[in-house]
Design a protein around this ligand. Structure first.
Ligand code: FAD
Length: 422
């Protein structure tokens, strides 16, 4: 990290401002923003900067995929409630309606001094402000025997696409009876309720196709998001099928052997029909390579603007951030990206900066027409992002409330994907 970058971080702490003191407004036509990563965070940022700057800012989005499969709702694809096509989106509207330049490539290197991004293809793009939104990477060294090759046999399916399709094929073709292991990751990780919603999705499929199969959830934690609600649903809908083993009772997976099809915890080895191994996570590699990551593996940010603590011209949004009380979710990513977009436009065009609005709600589908939710709104101060109000479904809700949450969840999916991708 350069001296300049350390000074920026120190300066923020010293002034307590949390925002840049003196915006240097560029001549409109000269302003260039590059966004790395076209997920929930990056695509939102690209759209909002381009849309709300009336052509004053040229926005370039760098993303290797031409079509993005959302992780959110990928558990519903596993359950058979949704098709893969219905959770796949392209970037055409960002280009056609908002004038975003699409670069179908990966960012290889960031030069913060020259303000330049080098792509895998060798091309370079200059920027005035850079948004880094690479999501998470999986820590393939966290479990012995689990690497990218092993994930082709025991999928993680924690980045949606071919991995999710592989897991669904395994769910559909499992041998009669047999054991399915889901290894749940340690905190913090993308989508806290995600592994447990996935248990419901796979149980729903197995109940119809292979009701004598067993599901063993081996957890690296002792408790989890919406725990009472999920455990209640496991008893109600999938009785006798699911066992959950917390870390304190030996739930931590230490080793997998894809040749023998075994999953090992401290003192037990399980022979599995198929397994879903979700390892520990960290910020996407480009954030690590560019010195944007703190000692905990996540990117520290100025919570009022989403600026990197290490570089005043770089903003980090989405799962790669260390965002205080906000969970790593698409809702959070979308909400953070709008805060960054507003701060960047203010910097580049002098537009007004409003107080940040940071929110999250995560719905989880337990069974057909039965969904629960947890959510909060947050305050961003110089000390970080903290919860100021929250809500959660209860286990005594009636069927109508649950059905309403399920409808609400579908409406959220349609709304947020329209908001992100145009
Ligand atoms: P991503 O969406 O992962 O996007 C990152 C993008 O960056 C990717 O497209 C990647 O290709 C690109 N990229 C990476 N490196 C580079 C590079 N060097 N150059 C260019 N591009 C790069 N959230 C909810 O709100 N509600 C839910 O119900 C929900 N359910 C979920 C269920 C599951 C099973 C999972 C796994 C997640 C779920 N989530 C949910 C979480 C949500 O998917 C993530 O929090 C969200 O996708 C984070 O957005 P992001 O933009 O930070 O990362």
């Amino acid at each position: 990290m350069s001296t300049t970058r350390r000074e920026f971080s120190k300066g923020i702490a010293a002034t307590g401002l949390g925002v840049l003191a003196a915006p240097s407004i560029l001549c409109a036509a000269d302003a260039r923003v590059v966004v790395i990563g076209g997920g929930a965070a990056g695509a939102t940022a690209a759209k909002y900067i381009a849309r709300d700057s009336d052509g004053a800012v040229q926005v370039t989005l760098v993303e290797p995929k031409t079509r993005y499969v959302t992780c959110f709702y990928s558990n519903l694809y596993l359950a058979g409630y949704r098709t893969l096509e219905s959770i796949t989106h392209d970037y055409d509207r960002l280009r056609d309606s908002y004038g975003v330049t699409l670069m179908n490539d990966s960012a290889k290197e960031i030069d913060p001094t020259a303000r330049r991004v080098t792509l895998e293809s060798g091309e370079t793009i200059g920027y005035d402000k850079l948004v880094v939104a690479p999501g998470v990477d999986l820590k393939f060294d966290a479990i012995e025997g689990y690497d990218e090759a092993a994930a082709e046999i025991m999928p993680h399916a924690w980045k949606a696409g071919p991995q999710t399709e592989l897991l669904r094929r395994q769910v559909e073709n499992t041998e009669r009876g047999g054991l399915f292991v889901l290894a749940a990751p340690p905190n913090p990780y993308r989508c806290p309720p995600g592994p447990y919603e996935r248990v419901c999705s796979i149980a729903h499929q197995l109940k119809q196709r292979n009701p004598s199969a067993k599901i063993l959830v081996l957890d690296a934690k002792d408790k989890f998001s919406k725990q009472e609600l999920f455990q209640d649903a496991w008893d109600r809908y999938y009785s006798g099928m699911i066992e959950w083993v917390p870390a304190e009772f030996g739930g931590v997976v230490t080793r997998v052997d894809t040749a023998a099809m075994t999953v090992t915890t401290g003192d037990e080895t399980h022979r599995v029909a198929f397994a879903n191994i979700i390892p520990a996570q960290t910020a996407g590699a480009i954030a690590h390579r560019s010195g944007l990551v703190g000692s905990n593996g996540w990117c520290p940010i100025v919570s009022t603007t989403m600026q990197s603590r290490f570089d005043e011209n770089i903003y980090v949004v989405g799962d790669a951030t260390e965002a205080g009380d906000m969970p790593k979710s698409a809702y959070s990513a979308n909400s953070q990206a709008k805060v960054a977009a507003m701060a960047i436009r203010a910097e580049l065009t002098g537009s007004r900066l409003f107080p940040p609005r940071l929110r999250n709600t995560c719905w989880s589908t337990l069974a057909p027409h039965d969904a629960v939710k947890v959510g909060a709104h947050y305050e961003a101060t110089e000390d970080g992002i903290t919860t100021v109000g929250s809500f959660i479904s209860t286990s005594d809700e009636d069927d109508n409330s649950r059905a309403r949450s399920s409808t609400e969840s579908d409406a959220w999916y349609d709304g947020i994907t329209a908001d992100i991708f145009g």
